[in-house]
Design a binder for this molecule. Sequence first.
Ligand code: MIG
Length: 622
Amino acid sequence: MIEKYTFGTPFPTEAVIVQIESRRETPKLLERDEDGALVYKLADKDIVYGLGEQIRGINKRGWKYVNWNYDNPHHHEDTKSLYGAHNFIIVRGEKLWGAFFDYAGRIEFDIGYTRRDLMRIDVGGDFDLYIITGQSEDDIVKQFREIIGRSYVPPKWAFGYGQSRWGYKNESDIREVADSYEAAGIPLSAIYIDIDYMDSYKDFTVDKSRFADLAALASDMLARGIHLVPIIDAGVKIEPGYDVYEEGVAGGYFCKNAEGGDFVGAVWPGRVHFPDFLNPEARTWFGSKYKALTSLGIDGFWNDMNEPAIFYTEDRLADTLKSIESLTSGNMGIDEYFKFTGMVAGLNGNEGDYSKFYHNIDGEMVNHRDVHNLYGMNMTRAASEALKKIEPDKEILFFSRSSYVGAHRYGGIWQGDNKSWWSHILQSMQQLPALNMCGFLYTGPDTGGFGCDTTEDLMIRWLQYTVFTPLLRNHSALGTREQELYRFSTVDIMREIIKIRYALIPYLYDLFVKCADNNEMMFRPLGFEFPDDADALGVEDQLLLGSELMITPVYRQNARGRYVYLPEEMMCVRMKSVTSYECEIMPRGHHYVTAELDELVFFVRSGCRISLDGQWIGYDVL
Ligand code: MIG
């Protein structure tokens, strides 16, 4: 059952696409404290699931989270905000209920942080609240997903392996990647091209000195089964003569400053304007621009910097420079020194800058701060809606960095700038079920890690995990160790994992479509299936995949195995290649399961089997 409560006059986020009659009262489950925040008394064993793309565990209890979309390359344990706002939770314990806080601005979830026995949700403005009750977590998720709409389904090729790196500068870099993968005998379905393909970071342009003929390159690649997937950034370079800039100004399609002029921020291209993606006309216009690339044979895009990220705004920079001058003119003391470094660090993504611009909503100027979390979603929406008209017969791959609930209808998301850290394998896994709850099915991390230098063993363990995620993309940052698989001495192990992935695609794709059609999750916490099993409820590093599998990735350096909890008898599959593997039935209980570096270990649930490239694996086929 879903009950809707409306507080004040909320901005319509369009997350929910079904009309539901709403009440104007506080739901019985919750109380409002003196500051207007919603509070819920947590029982000792209550678990809180959800919040989509956030840090920390599957059980969110014990931390304070701020959903305010933020370009944050530091996914630390004490990080509060990442790129998405997915304000959905499920509480399992004395009571079982779910809630969606539909609010476009900043919202804080204190889930047993200030007080272990209290959950306090502080919503920054007027909002709608949906309280969902049901038989089980799956039932609550299904009801929620029914009101937010069907998940985006990418083309099947997007389940193949993709190679990306921030640093491929030109056509010959791309050809080298394709050739080297071919020479190494590793299948490849996509090469992602990052910001360097553009002319001066201008959206929908191609630097001809680096990519003389992108159409020819794209078609050569496609003939080899490789799709080129370029990046598109949110900010539009201010440059007279550049069509996107000129048209945006003329059409009034950019976000405005308080004086009514076009707001200026600085990102990769230097000074930019931000398209007003909340304005339908601006969306249609920006979306139509993708034609510049689809007409060259491009059929996939990733949207970046759409929180939107702002490196600095000119007035804050000017103020900062002035203050720095006053600090540096004398003998800088320690206090001044910290003020100085803090001011410079505080330029990027400064919250105050988001109050300085406006969206044109049906002629009314709405401050960005109040609708901040909707920006990225509407960028992907612009592309998705336009491409349905431009290329009605083609399936196009889209995924975005920033998102809000509802964005799952238009594209996928990737999990942002993680690091080549062991702990980030676990962090990514822990987000998967929470993202699936909100309809984000097409997702995955930067395999190998984006920031920092990866290592061979870490890369192998990343692959053994992301062999199961719908998005399997090896991506890394400029300046880090190159991590294309053919560069490693253990390439033989990596090749077999990628081949296993290709053998798994029919299973993963079918499951994906089924989950999209039936509003189900691909990845579920063990507690969703075994809510009466206290040990299962506490598991933070294993996930059920579909109704047949359980994944148990290794995420510790030099580990030659790991502890696994089996809530029921299952079959352990230890796989070295598509055709070389061992199966062993293990009873319910706690086990230490060995997993050497060259062994992909996963479990088939009791009585189940899956088809791997035409061969059955699992029960009855031993
Ligand atoms: O400020 O385009 O998350 O995947 O490689 C960094 C360069 C901008 C951030 C993205 C990352 C991408 C990078 N971008």
